[in-house]
Write a protein that binds this ligand. Structure first.
Ligand code: PLP
Length: 359
């Protein structure tokens, strides 16, 4: 795959065309085929993809300041930064303990007459979708926006609005991130918006290019959120290999799940009715820091996704002062085990060492 990427990148270099070129077009078409959304706009990064979606819904009159957007309290802060940026009222909802994604029963209870959108985050590569809830939201004219930064290639247990199951094509609009450590990673920053709403896509294309609908004609006060041709070319290659990239992670997750047997550890659920793509393999244990130290002493590097939930970050503390007990408990108990670029033998060794942990 590396030599294919080299060839693709060199070809952009030699072409001398670094923006708005054929690589971007080809990448957008590939991603559209992959996720099933009719339109894809390549952009600068995942956060900008989310910002563009919310801003475009505001420009198109579908959202306005003060509207309530339901979001999962248990997520990465980038998911919700656009809500406060655009004066939307975020309504946090606790996760389900099965997949750590938003709890759909709690989501339904949080809907009010002011609810105009729901942000679904496919955290850790776990598809977050419930067709009856989605239908209920649609009937009530509530937009469904997906944060698909961690779940490219995942499939839900039931179809989305497009009749397909791939995350990123389930709801009304979706944001993708191609940050280098994501399942499909660029050679730097990159992102995309996917939607089957052509008027939304058109607004986003303009917003991402200074707000211009044609050259030197600005209908919005826009941004510069374009994707580089080099990134698009590299991503187009990786998209052709998405199945093998995903299988690698699935096979590591399966090995961890089969071989970790320590009763002190809660393993992530293997959900056979859907396709998980294992952006992270996240275990839980009561005395998390002790296990982390035990593993670090044996040379095993772990990480926490995420130690501080958005509502407890200094930048949100003053305005919210909210309490999400389950989200906070998860943040204190989770550990992400190594999953990227590690061999099957190493996975077995790590599982074996975890089984020796006694607290
Ligand atoms: C990575 C990530 C983002 C942000 O994507 P960037 O490309 O880093 O801006 C947003 N949401 C989630 C859930 C992420 O994991």
């Amino acid at each position: 795959m590396l030599s294919e990427i080299e060839t693709a990148v060199m070809s952009v270099l030699r072409s001398g065309r670094y923006l708005h070129g054929p690589a971007t077009k080809s990448f957008e078409e590939s991603l559209s085929r992959q996720c099933g959304a009719k339109q894809v706009v390549g952009v600068s990064n995942g956060l900008d993809a989310l910002r563009l979606i919310f801003r475009a819904y505001i420009e198109n009159g579908k959202l306005k300041e003060g509207d309530e957007i339901i979001y999962p309290a248990n997520t990465y802060i980038a998911s919700i930064l656009p809500l406060s940026e655009f004066g939307l009222t975020g309504v946090g909802v606790e996760p389900s303990e099965t997949d750590y994604n938003i709890d759909f029963q709690a989501l339904k209870r949080a809907v009010t007459s002011k609810t105009k959108g729901v942000l679904l985050v496919h955290l850790y590569g776990n598809p977050c979708w419930d067709l009856p809830t989605a239908r209920f939201l649609k009937e009530n004219d509530i937009l469904i926006i997906e944060d698909n930064a961690q779940a490219i290639g995942a499939c839900a247990q039931s179809e989305g609005f497009n009749g397909r199951k791939e995350t990123g094509g389930l709801g009304d609009a979706a944001a993708f991130s191609f940050y280098p450590t994501k399942n499909i990673g660029a050679l730097g920053d990159a992102g995309a918006v996917a939607t089957s709403d052509s008027s939304l896509a058109e607004t986003i294309r303009a917003l991402a290019n200074y707000g211009s609908d044609r050259r030197y004609h600005n209908i919005y006060k826009g941004y510069n959120c374009r994707i580089d041709e080099i990134q698009a070319a590299a991503l187009d290659v990786k998209l052709r290999h998405i199945d093998e990239i995903t299988h690698r992670r699935q096979s590591i997750a399966e090995t961890y799940n089969n071989e970790i047997t320590n009763p002190l550890i809660i393993k992530p659920a293997l959900l056979t009715d859907r396709r998980q793509v294992w952006h992270q393999y996240v275990i839980r244990t009561k005395n998390r820091d002790a296990l982390r130290k035990f593993l670090a002493d044996k040379g095993i590097e772990t990480d926490i996704h995420y130690a501080t939930p958005p509502h407890l970050q200094p930048c949100y503390l003053s305005e919210h002062k909210q309490h999400f007990p389950l989200t906070e408990q998860l943040a204190n108990e989770i550990i992400s085990l190594p999953i990227a670029g590690i061999s099957k033998e190493n996975v077995s060794q790590i599982a074996n060492i975890i089984n020796q942990y006694e607290q």
